[in-house]
Design a protein around this ligand. Structure first.
Ligand code: ZN
Length: 332
């Protein structure tokens, strides 16, 4: 068991603090999606609770580690948005009652005589009352109590909460480090580069990308765009078909990355192309279209994003995008 390579520095600092007995009582662990914040919190929790911790992490064999592995450790709590029992919908916020229960737990003594650990997942969703009732606990957390707040948006936490916590920030690792790690998972340098380019360099997002619908559909989507340009398909038919196949946001994401690639190709910057496995078809489309038309289509995609977040029905937006593709090719 060990943390990801891009988390090693933070881990070593925590380990040194623990050796010096100067470990903080509250942490904010932050970073963009795909860097493994939750996984880090789990390693850290298991290590704090472990009865024979090593510098690398929990021992995995002591009584505490067995309870941890069985997901029934009495001195650990995870706080997150709850799902409604009837509708199954996840709540937008973490409510004050949940924080009160957590405080009760933290005020009792540990059952295994060690640390008590609480992880608050998506801490930015603490509503104002919940955040305020957490404040006092953060300030007065007893010895051997650790509270770990996880968030992709640390600036959305109350300043009073931020000032009471030690900050651990994960940045997107260097291209070399991400690539090395991803390559070790996939055994393919080409695939590692492709996936990282398409996921803004976040290694865990890159690893999960092959399971996403839009990644799988990329080639067919480009093929259909080409066929609409060549008038082999009706734009409105394609619009309907693709709205059934992909979620609106996914479809827009895919289209935006593809249009950017077509533009890079047009500008002779092939190294910047993200869908590097689809180069031949991207070249064909680029050779058939003019720069100003590609630019206009990129703008239309961006506008579609804004309109969708304003709850405009996506049908019309996609119909227009596909109609524009049908007029994409050079005339004469
Ligand atoms: Zn252990």
């Amino acid at each position: 068991m060990s943390v990801y390579p891009w988390q090693q520095n933070a881990w070593q600092l925590l380990q040194q603090s623990r050796t010096r007995q100067s470990l903080a009582h509250a942490f904010i662990v932050s970073g963009v999606q795909g860097l493994g914040l939750f996984e880090f919190s789990q390693q850290l929790s298991a290590w704090l609770l472990c009865q024979q911790p090593t510098p690398q992490g929990a021992c995995t064999v002591c009584k505490s580690c067995q309870l941890w592995a069985a997901q029934s450790h009495p001195d650990y709590r995870l706080l997150e948005q709850l799902s409604d029992e009837k509708t199954g919908k996840t709540s937008q916020v973490i409510k004050v009652d949940q924080v009160r229960q957590l405080i009760d737990f933290l005020n009792k003594s540990a059952q295994l005589n060690g640390y008590r650990v609480a992880v608050i997942h998506r801490a930015e969703t603490l509503n104002i009352n919940a955040a305020n009732s957490l404040l006092k606990t953060l300030e007065e957390a007893g010895a051997q109590t650790v509270i770990i707040l996880l968030t992709e948006s640390p600036l959305m936490l109350l300043p009073t909460i931020r000032s009471r916590c030690q900050q651990i920030t994960f940045n997107v690792p260097s291209a070399a480090q991400s690539e090395e790690w991803l390559q070790s998972q996939l055994n393919s340098q080409f695939e590692a580069k492709l996936l990282l380019a398409l996921s803004e360099g976040a290694p865990l997002s890159a690893l999960a990308l092959p399971q996403t619908a839009w990644f799988v559909a990329r080639q067919a989507l480009l093929q259909n765009i080409l066929e609409v340009m060549q008038k082999k398909h009706s734009a409105l038919q394609m619009s309907q078909q693709w709205q059934k196949q992909l979620k609106a946001e996914e479809l827009l994401t895919a289209l935006q990355i593809m249009l950017a690639d077509i533009m890079w190709c047009k500008l002779g910057q092939q190294n910047a192309i993200k869908n590097s496995d689809l180069l031949p078809i991207i070249k064909t489309i680029a050779s058939m279209s003019a720069t100003n038309v590609i630019l206009a289509q990129q703008k239309q995609c961006l506008e579609a994003y804004h309109l969708m977040s304003a709850n405009i029905q996506p049908n019309l937006l996609f119909d227009n995008l596909w109609l524009s593709f049908s007029r994409f090719a050079h005339r004469g």
